[in-house]
Design a protein around this ligand. Structure first.
Ligand code: GUN
Length: 286
């Protein structure tokens, strides 16, 4: 039976440490970090994620501003809001919750966010800086995964890592971060041949494909560390349940350590968003 990698347990001290840094910022410089979250439309999963971000920001003493826009909003209105937030001195971090409706040019929206306020780390400048080892704001979910890995696995140097999924939000930045820690990294995706055999070579397996329970125990090298980024809602016995991209029951019989869903990566994503908001604030007042 594998060791459980508890995201809540690592996220709590990280949030406490961030909270402790807010008091001197407030007292010495009169600054309270502010996080603006833009939510377009009423997707229930996005609503839930945004609420969690807002609650956590307020709990640690940051200002949180949520901007709700109709599903029918056009590019111009959204870009105008971002421009206002870019110039608002109370706002240190801007996050536009994805996905966006089809009439919106998501890439243009991401590029409109000032790179110093880009707490998601999705702006091409931050993505490029991260890929070239510069001083970037790093996407929250991969950063949280890396912290979990370093905490539970120790030195990652020389490890074989397989990242399942090639999204700009998780897969690609995760691969860069692992490479930075001297892993040998393979990115696998839906067109990869013999996915199971490839995954079986991994000392570290990060699953971020959005396919419920795709990765079963027979895909996992005995003793491997498995990070499950998936959050999939499925109907089971007439109830809605949350499951990851990894089949926890069979995987936990083979893996050395594994994250649960929920309670694994999710809390670390939120904690890293708080960390990025603090970093963005410090950067803007340097
Ligand atoms: N939707 C799913 N994950 C994320 C994320 O990390 N940031 C944003 N902005 N939207 C998301």
């Amino acid at each position: 039976m594998s060791k459980l990698i508890d995201g809540e347990k690592l996220a709590a001290p990280l949030c406490n440490a961030i909270e402790e840094r807010l008091a001197p910022l407030r007292q010495r410089q009169g600054i309270t970090p502010g996080l603006a979250v833009v939510l377009v439309g009423g997707d229930s999963a996005s609503e839930r994620y945004v609420r969690k971000k807002q609650v956590r920001a307020e709990a640690i003493g940051m200002n949180s501003f949520v901007h709700r826009l109709a599903d029918s909003v056009n590019n111009r209105a959204l870009l105008t809001l971002i421009e206002q937030l870019n110039h608002d001195p109370q706002v240190h971090g801007i996050l536009v919750q994805l996905p966006l409706p089809p009439q919106i040019d998501a890439s243009r929206v991401i590029r409109a966010i000032h790179p110093d306020k880009d707490v998601d780390g999705f702006h091409p400048l931050n993505a490029g800086l991260m890929a070239t080892h510069g001083n970037a704001l790093i996407p929250c979910t991969p950063l949280g995964c890396l912290m979990l890995l370093e905490h539970h696995h120790g030195d990652l140097s020389g490890q074989r890592a397989v990242v399942l999924g090639r999204s700009n939000i998780v897969g690609k930045p995760m691969a860069h971060l692992l490479l930075r820690q001297h892993c040998t990294v393979t990115i696998a995706h839906s067109r990869t041949q013999d996915l199971a055999a490839l995954c079986r070579q991994a000392d570290i397996l990060v699953a971020a494909v959005g396919r419920p329970r795709l990765v079963t125990g027979d895909w996992i090298k005995p003793g491997a560390t498995v990070i499950d980024v998936g959050i999939n809602r499925i109907e089971s016995d007439g109830r809605t349940r949350l499951v990851g991209d990894v089949d926890f029951v069979t995987a936990s019989e083979v893996a050395g350590a594994i994250t649960p869903v929920p309670g694994g990566v999710g809390p670390m994503t939120i904690a890293c968003l708080m960390l990025n908001t603090l970093r963005a604030t410090c950067r803007q007042h340097d």
